[in-house]
Ligand binder design. Structure first.
Ligand SMILES: C[S@@+](CC[C@H](N)C(=O)[O-])C[C@H]1O[C@@H](n2cnc3c(N)ncnc32)[C@H](O)[C@@H]1O
Length: 470
């Protein structure tokens, strides 16, 4: 039975009501309750005509030049907006609360049990009976799960109890992509990353709705009732294989996205290769700090196979030991290293950190930056911070979701340009020499050096010609 809750303001004012006439109610009066009939109205019917016309134009551009990903992304954004505009609030709520969550669970079960690997191994439609036989599922229940996945559009129902894979379903059988699902649902009954997401509203209330900044009392510690932070938890054998899944997931995150070694992104040749001091054969060209299982260094090696100098992958021991022999180019050194301790590789041409500082609140970043600074050679070494620079207006959902995720898991954040200038220049005492963006929702390269004596502070304006798109 619905319970009517009187707001504290209304309760306080009730005794004075007789002193105020209805006509004296002004803009400052309490707003009227929302009319419940809006539940039956589409979310934003008025924007449908303009979205349809944008979709027509963007659709023609995307189809006529399939290699132009910007057109496809613009079309996708309008198509998503159209769905939301047409949906009624009840439909959005049921989709988000029932359909998306159960679909996620079913996808995760399918990854775990090899359903997608079997269905997606070729384009031939397969019966529920056949898939059940190959995966050990009870046929009747698998049929129910597949019906839901088909209703959500991820597989195609070609006949009763018979399905064809989509491109997405096939991709789920690739470990790097599929592993995100069991990472979020968690090993055993631990609840994985979802446990943190589910506890976040209560955690925020417990902190009086303030920005999460505590490294020792983050939402992960609250959710799992542990003193361990997210990364320590990942490496706790009780939660295996969460750590390995997380590292693999990080490799997939960058799948198909622009990378800093692409042409027209960061001037690798001019800023790193030229001027590299190759006289000392032990000289390091690039040190990837918190580099996970080496995907970024491998991309660098693929792009610059002839580049001289050491390429050093640094991460915590359980992470670097996850890299199997032959997985990375033989020239990439693996080094177990805790970045809260002294940096052992001195005077490298470049130190690189990708999605590392976003894991830490400002006060947690400072010791990490101090250790890099102490190893940098003045006038020679560069620090390349590969991170989102959130625009003040019009942020992309990939980066905003990551921002909330960071606050939820590790009390950290994605940063705006102003916040990067504050952290890297004013707090850590580095000099930002350029910010190189490549597109909204994709990490930029923030290039830093040790400040020279003449340096009197900078606005963080970079050399990049596309700086204004930040
Ligand atoms: C979000 S991941 C980014 C990984 C990689 N740079 C990338 O972009 O895919 C952060 C990395 O920092 C590593 N890390 C966390 N604490 C660390 C520490 N104290 N010392 C070294 N690495 C650490 C984690 O193991 C993880 O690989």
């Amino acid at each position: 039975m619905p319970v009517s809750v009187q707001s504290p303001t209304r309760a306080r004012n009730a005794g004075h009501r007789t002193k105020r006439s209805i006509s004296s109610v002004s803009a400052s009066a309490e707003p009227k309750p929302i009319d419940p009939s809006i539940i039956h109205q589409p979310n934003d019917l008025s924007s449908v005509p303009s979205l349809l016309s944008a979709i027509l134009t963007q659709g023609i551009a995307a189809v006529s030049s399939p290699s132009d990903d910007a057109s496809r992304l613009a079309l996708l954004s309008s198509a998503r907006a159209l769905v939301l505009a047409l949906e009624k609030p009840r439909e959005t709520m049921i989709r988000q609360c029932w359909a998306d969550t159960t679909c996620f669970s079913a996808l995760s079960i399918g990854v775990d049990t090899g359903v997608w690997a079997y269905l997606g191994r070729d384009d031939r439609p397969k019966t529920v009976r056949e898939i059940a036989k190959h995966t050990g599922f009870e046929e009747a229940y698998l049929g129910r799960l597949l019906k839901h996945i088909a209703a959500m559009g991820h597989i195609v129902e070609v006949a009763k109890d018979e399905y064809r894979p989509t491109n997405f379903c096939k991709a789920l059988s690739i470990d790097r992509l599929g592993v995100a699902y069991p990472l979020f649902t968690g090993p055993g009954n631990t609840g994985g990353v979802f446990r943190c997401i589910a506890s976040f509203p209560s955690y925020l209330k417990s902190t009086n709705l303030t920005t999460p900044t505590s490294i020792t009392e983050s939402n992960t510690q609250f959710a799992f009732d542990t003193p361990k932070n997210f990364f320590e938890l990942c490496h706790d054998p009780a939660y295996a294989p969460m750590g390995a899944q997380f590292n693999t997931h990080m490799g997939a995150y960058a799948f198909g996205r622009p990378t800093w070694v692409d042409e027209d992104f960061y001037p690798v040749e001019e800023h790193l290769l030229e001027g590299f001091d190759a006289k000392d054969e032990k000289a390091a060209l690039l040190v990837d700090i918190g580099g996970s299982i080496g995907h970024d260094l491998q991309k660098f090696r693929d792009a610059f196979p002839e580049a001289k100098g050491r390429l050093v992958l640094q991460d915590l021991e359980p992470v670097v030991s996850q890299v199997k022999e032959g997985e990375l180019d033989g020239s990439i050194e693996r080094m177990a290293y805790d970045f809260l301790t002294e940096q052992p590789v001195k005077g490298a041409r470049a130190y690189y950190m990708h999605s590392v500082l976003h894991d830490w609140p400002d006060k947690g970043c400072l010791p990490i930056l101090e250790n890099v600074k102490a190893a940098m050679k003045p006038g020679y070494s560069r620090l390349l911070v590969n991170e989102n620079v959130i625009p003040d207006v019009g942020a992309n959902w990939e980066s905003t979701s990551l921002d909330v995720m960071m606050s939820c898991l590790v009390s950290a954040k994605e940063r705006t340009k102003e916040q990067w200038v504050q952290l890297l220049e004013r707090d850590a005492g580095l000099k930002i020499t350029g910010i190189y963006p490549v597109g909204n929702g994709v990490e930029s390269i923030i290039e830093c050096e040790l400040p020279t004596e003449e340096y009197e502070g900078s606005t963080g304006e970079g050399e990049s010609s596309t700086e204004e798109s930040l």
